[in-house]
Design a protein around this ligand. Structure first.
Ligand code: PLP
Length: 463
């Protein structure tokens, strides 16, 4: 139930919000006539808004974050205990939770070795970009400075992260962007008909070959890094086609290109393994993570790399600028790793990876069942508790439905008390994927409640 102490005057809170708060990724004009949604409390899978309405949260805090659910007292206590001992010291010194979490994290990531702390996904990605750039100077006289990124992937909101942004609508009006970032084509098999020359068989290998073509066009001696999401999130829940990742790894090895996997969404359990890349047997050079690392109980992000990369930065007295000259002030906050240790313990002790695989299967089955009855669903995709349903006006042409209809489905689900998401404001004309990412603690009843709400919403909006 709602905590009335914090919401004793809902209308004053709503008015203060309306007057002074700039919401993320939101058009504000509608707030002149509609109240902004203000979430005041959460327990398990559910949240309550300031008017007392209860929702089943099928998107883990809106953006794939609250992996272990709301109201976890043990995480709150771990943070409080740590803050009473030491809240902060710059990460040029170590900390107890920082050391312990790094050890536990690396235990889950064979082949990786070093953890660089910071506080957002964008920032973690920029750390990896800077390391790749500096390696280009160390080993190739600065020549191998280009970083490849993929159409429809997203790596953050800061300007360099946006320079590696494959979601056009997010980038419009914010350029010019940083040079040295080069786009490669997406690997969404459902839309292969829009890609010239894409075959109906062995599409995954073909899509990976397109990366090689870009490398050859740019010149392999100029390309230092390749940054990819293991499963693309906001760009439309794109699960990689068979054969894709094996070939990508091969290409990186062939041209001496560092592979950077952006696990900001998939990281810590979302797909049913600790990390998304672990489904595909690949060995990255960089792994970045943020959202699910502490489930939103504290801000924490990590850029994780190998001992081989770290070795290149080890202090060499003859090269005074050779170490990594970078800092993130809040990378020294101890609340983040303290929360992350407890978050990881919960995932292990409550067998949440297994639950994610089982509930993910149920969610996919339910989505397939919806697809069999709703012709507007053209494709369903997903891995673990990370699923999407692509809505099309016509199954044969795959013409996307109008974005307003996607928004209407999301709004109708919310009216029924289930919060779902959409591939919002990412690719113009392609924001037509309903996105689902419930917390890893979801039960069969939760999963069925989500798809029942979607069923009703689809019927209402499209009949
Ligand atoms: N990478 C991916 C795949 C993301 O989805 C996001 C955010 O949605 C980011 C990076 C950026 O993370 P942050 O918003 O913490 O900077």
């Amino acid at each position: 139930m709602i905590d009335t102490v914090h919401a004793n005057d809902p209308s004053a809170v709503i008015e203060a919000d309306r007057a002074h708060v700039w919401h993320h990724l939101t058009q504000h004009k509608p707030f002149e006539t509609v109240d902004p949604r203000i979430i005041v409390e959460g327990r398990g899978m559910r949240v309550w808004d300031i008017k007392g309405k209860e929702y089943l949260d099928a998107v883990s805090g809106g953006v794939w974050t609250v992996n272990v659910g709301y109201g976890r007292e043990s995480i709150v206590r771990a943070i409080a205990d740590q803050l009473m001992k030491l809240n902060y010291f710059a990460q040029s010194a170590g900390s107890i939770p920082g050391s312990i979490f790094a050890q536990r994290l690396i235990d889950k990531m064979p082949g990786m070795s070093r953890v660089y702390y910071c506080n957002s996904g964008s920032e973690a990605n920029e750390k990896a970009f800077k390391m790749i750039r500096q390696i280009a100077y160390k080993r190739y006289g600065g020549k191998k400075y280009k970083i490849l990124y993929r159409e429809r992937d997203y790596h953050g909101s800061t300007l360099a992260a946006m320079s590696a942004g494959g979601q056009d609508e997010r980038n419009v009006q914010y350029g010019p962007f940083a040079p040295g970032f080069v786009r490669v084509p997406h690997c969404l098999e459902y839309r292969r008909h829009e890609q010239e020359g894409a075959p109906s068989e062995h599409y995954g290998e073909w899509a990976a070959d397109q990366i090689e073509q870009v490398i050859l066009r740019e010149g392999p001696d100029t390309v230092g890094g390749l940054c990819l999401e293991p499963v693309t999130a906001g760009g439309g829940v794109i699960t990689p086609p068979d054969g894709y990742w094996e070939k990508v790894q091969e290409i990186c090895r062939k041209y001496d290109i560092l592979l950077h996997i952006d696990e900001v969404v998939c990281g810590l359990g979302r797909t049913g393994t600790w990390f998304g890349y672990q489904h595909y047997g690949i060995q990255p050079d960089f792994v970045t993570m943020a959202k699910g690392v502490a489930s939103g109980y504290a801000a924490i992000a990590c850029c994780v790399t190998t001992e081989a990369v770290f070795e290149m930065f080890k202090d060499d007295p003859s090269d005074k600028l050779g170490y990594f000259r970078d800092i993130s002030t809040f990378g020294g906050c101890t609340a983040g790793p303290a929360a992350a240790i407890e978050n990881m313990r919960i995932i292990e002790d409550e067998n949440l990876l297994e639950n994610t695989r089982k509930m993910g299967e149920r969610l996919m089955n339910n989505l397939h069942e919806l697809m069999s009855r709703h012709r507007v669903i053209g494709d369903v995709r997903g891995k673990g508790l990370f699923c999407g349903a692509e809505l099309v006006a016509d199954r044969s042409t795959k013409e996307p439905v109008e974005e307003a209809k996607v928004a209407a489905v999301v709004a109708e689900c919310a009216a029924q008390g289930v919060i779902i998401g959409a591939s919002n404001r990412s690719v113009p004309g392609r924001n037509n994927v309903l996105c689902l990412s419930p917390a890893l603690i979801a039960t069969p009843d939760d999963i069925d409640e989500i798809t029942t709400a979607m069923d009703r919403a689809l019927t209402k909006v499209f009949s």
